[in-house]
Design a protein around this ligand. Structure first.
Ligand code: PRX
Length: 635
């Protein structure tokens, strides 16, 4: 990478081989975004070409109308035509002494077809929903693809979600079949997944459980209801005719949390999602056929769908899925994996980067990470310190960092500078993907000037992969996404600003905003400011009730080592970065912050501990012990 002032540009070597190397692509896309996406869609395999590319009846829209295709055919059949024996999927189990499993495209194809036939035999038809409650094992990928083969709509539920969380989702989507496993490894222990599944299917319409034998733990198989995965597929034929789907037929549902308690089932459709997943991956990570792609995200999240699995397969490359935690049993397990498989593209979240950083540089230095070519970041804003560490220590100053902004709702990355074009600016996600029109609007609904913060919105024609609905809840779809600025403007709920070059920086969620004496203050922005203090490793800011000002910020911070007078530093930094209005009422130095297993800090829990509210279900936390400690600190 070449640094010019504060911006980074690709080296001439990188640029030479990149899929996209000039601003020309942006210009063309801007001129006619619909035509541009049509051009990309032509590289997807369609059974029948679309008649009309885009239709907009606000707040509804469609892409590639009349087009017919099958998703699994694009991931598998198309690849086995030319690279039958190429490795499609590598599975790294958590126990380091267990052997990895390798699947060629042909292996994967046969397994998917067999399961597809097995599911059909159980009565699954096009349009039926199938629940998938599986850990990071190859069968999860096989199950997802098998559903897409027969036109069933998969709904993956994160395997670390509690039975109650599973039940709520199953009740909403009314699955008759749930695919699960006996157990899996996490932190050296076997997690009894089947027990959770048994509890979760109570009071739902689930009639059959297909159970993968993974951990060999003892499970109760209910007669007439539960069947082993192996028995489901063993006698099945290894070809299943792919169901020809309409471009706008649903492909999958994935639940995500919203500002109200009940999760929303986000609906994605076949044609648009496929096109977008293929090309955002190809261009943003500059995926080449022989690349080894490792996205750390669990398939329970949208990143796990689109980039841990689907985009690499649509692009005919090799992906790795990993069962365990990246710091188990040794803190540099993630480095071991990169080295072992000579990973070229590595995609993770800033929280993980900060955790890796906490363990110190020596661990990274021990490993040969020279295979890396592109590094990705996702899910939350990345602070400059972590960005630089990732760039210098992991990527050895040669790998572009793609800071990718997107949401469960967008289905794929819509904002990230392209590595072969740049510019890349630390803490800025960068430029909109070609063909995507973003705007940043102020309180009056007008476009913000550069530097001015406002609501990040997406304008027509949006993107082919943007959600088409909230499952069985049109009211919520309209209210959440299409009401803030009218029904022709997609409201992201994120606050952002733009620099003079048009690079966009995400400040944080508008629903994590706090109002201090009537002024809007972003907790994300405060965290960013506080994180600039070198001794602070991680921090979270929440709004706490205040008699006079309504709400005031409280700062929680995890330090690198022992520091004195940290409170004073925080006050100075906030005054400097935002102004006295944002000064925190409380500053707490803590050892750990409650986080989900995907690494997001649970500010909601911090807030509840503060206000002494019922904490609800803590089973999704990676570190529930942090809660007890916080309770003591806040007493
Ligand atoms: O606030 C943005 C943040 O994550 C939100 C979407 O969360 P979710 O649907 O769980 O999807 C996460 C993975 C795609 C966004 O509204 N977010 C996502 N990516 C970034 C980000 N914030 C800052 N920078 C990013 N690169």
């Amino acid at each position: 990478m070449i640094k010019k002032k504060k911006l980074y540009y690709p080296s001439s070597d990188f640029k030479k081989n990149a899929w996209v190397k000039s601003k020309e692509t942006y210009k063309k896309a801007k001129k006619d975004p619909v035509k541009f996406w049509e051009g990309l869609a032509k590289e997807v395999y369609w059974r029948k070409k679309w008649k009309k590319a885009f239709e907009h009846k606000p707040p509804f829209f469609k892409w590639f109308l009349g087009g017919k295709l099958n998703f699994s055919e694009n991931c598998l059949d198309k690849n086995i035509e030319t690279k039958k024996n190429k490795v499609a999927l590598i599975w790294e189990p958590e126990p380091s002494d267990e052997r990895p499993r390798y699947f060629t495209y042909y292996d994967l194809y046969r397994k998917v077809n067999k399961l597809a036939n097995g599911l059909k035999k159980m009565g699954v038809k096009k349009g039926d929903r199938v629940g998938i409650y599986l850990p990071m094992i190859p069968e999860a990928v096989i199950a997802m693809l098998a559903c897409t083969r027969i036109g069933a709509v998969h709904s993956v539920v994160f395997s670390a979600y509690s039975p109650q969380a599973l039940q709520v989702r199953l009740q909403d989507t009314e699955e008759k079949i749930l695919i699960t496993a006996d157990g899996y490894y996490r932190g050296g222990k076997i997690i009894d997944l089947k027990k959770n599944a048994d509890e979760g299917v109570k009071d739902t319409k689930v009639k059959k459980l297909v159970v993968v034998k993974r951990a060999g733990n003892k499970v109760n198989m209910k007669k007439g209801r539960d069947v082993w995965w192996d028995d489901t597929i063993s006698k099945e034929d290894d070809f299943c005719k792919p169901e020809v789907m309409d471009s706008e037929d649903p492909l999958f549902v994935l639940y995500t949390s919203g500002s109200t308690g009940k999760p929303k089932g986000i609906v994605h459709t076949c044609g648009g999602y496929t096109t977008q997943a293929k090309f955002t991956g190809k261009w943003i990570f500059d995926i080449k056929e022989n690349d080894i792609f490792w996205s750390m995200s669990d398939i329970g999240w949208i990143t796990g769908h689109t980039y841990s699995v689907y985009s690499p397969l649509l692009n005919g490359t090799t992906c790795i899925i990993f069962e365990g935690a990246p710091n188990w049993p040794v803190p540099d397990r993630w480095c071991q994996i990169i080295e072992k498989y000579a990973v070229n593209i590595f995609y993770t979240a800033p929280t993980a980067i900060r955790m890796f950083q906490k363990y110190g540089d020596d661990l990274v230095k021990k490993h040969d990470l020279s295979s890396l070519k592109v590094l990705g970041s996702v899910g939350e804003p990345i602070d400059k310190g972590s960005w630089l560490w990732y760039f210098e220590k992991v990527g050895n100053k040669k790998c572009p960092i793609v800071d990718t902004w997107w949401q469960t709702e967008t289905g794929g990355i819509l904002l990230s500078s392209l590595p072969g074009v740049g510019p890349i600016k630390p803490t800025f996600a960068g430029l909109p993907f070609p063909g995507i029109k973003f705007d940043i609007l102020n309180n009056n609904g007008k476009s913000c000037k550069s530097g001015e913060k406002g609501d990040l919105v997406i304008l027509p024609p949006f993107s082919p992969g943007l959600l088409r609905g909230v499952y069985k809840n049109t009211k919520r779809y309209k209210k959440t996404y299409w009401s803030e600025y009218g029904d022709e403007v997609y409201f992201t709920s994120d606050i952002a600003h733009k620099d003079k070059n048009g690079l966009i920086r995400i400040v944080g969620r508008s629903d994590d905003m706090i109002k201090v004496a009537g002024h809007r203050i972003s907790t994300g922005e405060m965290e960013d400011t506080v994180s600039k203090i070198p001794s602070i490793l991680e921090c979270a800011v929440i709004g706490i009730p205040d008699e006079i000002k309504g709400e005031v910020p409280a700062v929680f911070e995890v330090l690198k080592g022992n520091w004195k007078k940290i409170e004073d530093l925080v006050v100075v930094e906030i005054k400097k970065g935002i102004g006295p209005i944002a000064l925190p009422k409380k500053i707490y130095v803590v050892n750990d912050l409650p986080k989900t297993r995907s690494g997001k800090i649970m500010r909601r829990i911090l807030r509840k501990i503060f206000t002494n509210e019922d904490l609800g279900d803590l089973s999704t936390l990676a570190n529930p012990e942090s809660v007890e400690e916080l309770k003591k600190t806040l007493k």
